[in-house]
Ligand binder design. Structure first.
Ligand code: NDP
Length: 451
């Protein structure tokens, strides 16, 4: 018998687990995709014989490197850096850089794997990658962050390029860090190219890039509710996180007439029964980004709100939930609680925030549930538009970009609908996103032969 992918899902996953021992996040991400893809591939011999799923689940390369830097007290510090280049079948590798103490090779491999499907779903020519370091920016001075970013880029620069691999921001990496890394890249290579996205407007950045992930996740919610002839007016939302994605998701919900009840950080969540309006969102943005404050201080500013230390917000009754902090922050029991309390829609702003039990609970309850690879693709989509603007050496206007973002999110929704609609009209967005993303990448890989 030929050695093909003609194994069942369990056999395939056993192989993935064996080859990726001690990488639970990566195995979890592959499992979630494989559950849908196996069914889709059943009668498609061309994908089996070319071992396409096996190949997509094996990164093109994983680069790991040492990052040394000097802290303000003159101590030498040593961190580990990575760039995972998962797949470039449909375009240059593209995906963010994360600085957080929880970063491991497993986390970055899962993110790069997810990114491959997400980028394909946008309809733009981008492959999948992800990078980062276990560096903890919390409590570091601005100078320390600059020195770390420069040291990180001093190794990373040889693996990236405008047509090779274009990183962006993620947890712990915002405009400031992108600036330090871009500055160092330019200094080493003497080239001003679109090698990073999320840049400042004065030096090649795109309007609405900062807002795009959060706004896009809410546009996706709108598209989901539109299938029920409903909009967001008067609906309540529970959001986790208080960073870039969470605050911009909150902003768009408020703009569309919804009411935001919660935000959180790694210390706990705040519940504001009066609703977190634009003025309060602006306060959170300044407090978390510029003052580097904690979300618990919100209750000193707005005393009607309560702070719940060490807790996640999923017990607060709502019409819709948006996990916008990090992976595996919404577990099976949380999903069941949300459903029991009347939650009708979930749009993931974060990557893989719901664990597999939670995913199954949402699917079983047949609520509107969008996985991050579909609903948070707005950020990378506008990054793709930033790359186009850099190549053309021009800038599009804000209203043009807003419209493009809306169109891209509607396009992703349509692709999910095409591959995810089940008997009785229920749309399985997880399945739809997995199949649509897989098919595009797989067909390109088939065209290249065995490479
Ligand atoms: P930020 O660094 O701006 O904010 C992250 C938020 O999540 C903070 O409130 C942070 O709290 C909280 N958080 C981080 N880790 C944990 C944890 N282990 N437990 C609880 N809370 C945690 O990041 P972003 O908003 O950019 O990213 C959030 C999510 O969205 C990530 O999953 C990211 O991969 C995803 N994403 C981001 C995109 C973007 O364009 N930025 C694009 C697509 C997806 P604290 O301050 O306490 O650390």
């Amino acid at each position: 018998m030929a050695v093909t992918d003609h194994v069942n899902l369990n056999q395939f996953m056993e192989g993935v687990k064996k080859r990726n021992a001690y990488q639970p996040e990566f195995v979890q991400a592959v499992q979630e995709v494989a559950e849908d893809i196996f069914e889709f591939m059943e009668d498609k011999e061309e994908y089996h014989s070319a071992q396409i799923l096996r190949r997509i689940a094996e990164p093109d390369r994983v680069v790991s490197f040492r990052v040394c830097w000097e802290d303000d007290a003159g101590n030498i510090r040593v961190q580990r850096g990575w760039r995972v280049q998962n797949n470039n079948a449909i375009g240059p590798y593209k995906g963010g850089i994360r600085f957080h103490p929880s970063v491991t090779e497993s986390v970055l491999k899962f993110l790069a794997f997810e990114q491959t499907f997400k980028n394909a779903l946008t309809g733009l020519p981008m492959g999948g990658g992800k990078g980062g370091s276990n560096f903890n920016p919390k409590g570091k001075s601005v100078r320390e962050i600059m020195r770390f970013c420069q040291s990180f880029m001093t190794e990373l620069y040889r693996h990236i390029g405008a047509d090779i691999d274009v990183p962006a921001g993620d947890i712990g990496v915002g405009g400031r860090e992108i600036g330090y890394m871009f500055g160092q890249y330019k200094r080493i290579t003497n080239q001003f190219t679109g090698v990073l996205t999320g840049k400042g407007l004065e030096w090649g950045g795109s309007l609405i890039r900062t807002e795009a992930t959060g706004y896009g996740a809410v546009y996706f919610l709108e598209n989901m509710f539109a299938t029920k002839d409903e909009n967001l007016e008067g609906k309540t939302a529970v959001i986790s996180g208080s960073g870039n994605v969470a605050t911009h998701a909150a902003e768009k919900i408020v703009q569309l007439g919804g009411k935001v009840l919660t935000l959180s950080d790694s210390g706990g969540f705040i519940h504001d029964p009066d609703g977190i309006d634009q003025e309060k969102i602006d306060w959170v943005k300044t407090h978390k980004t510029h003052r580097r404050g904690r979300i618990e201080e919100y209750v000193e500013e707005y005393p009607n709100a309560t702070f719940h230390a060490g807790k996640t917000p999923w017990g607060v009754a709502c019409d819709m939930a948006l996990p916008c902090a990090t992976q595996n922050e919404l577990l099976g029991d949380d999903a069941k609680t949300l459903i029991k309390n009347g939650c009708r829609a979930v749009s993931e702003g974060a990557n893989m925030p719901t664990d597999l039990d939670g995913v199954h609970a949402f699917k079983d309850a047949r609520i509107l549930y969008a996985p991050g690879k579909a609903s948070n693709a707005g950020g990378v989509a506008v990054s793709g538009l930033e790359m186009s603007q850099n190549s053309e050496r021009r800038s599009w206007k804000e209203d043009e970009l807003q419209q493009m973002l809306k169109d891209i999110m509607a396009g992703i929704h349509k692709r999910c609908e095409e591959y995810g609609t089940q008997e009785g009209g229920y749309i399985d967005y997880v399945k739809g996103a997995n199949i649509a993303g897989f098919k595009k990448v797989a067909d390109a890989m088939l065209a290249f032969g065995v490479v």
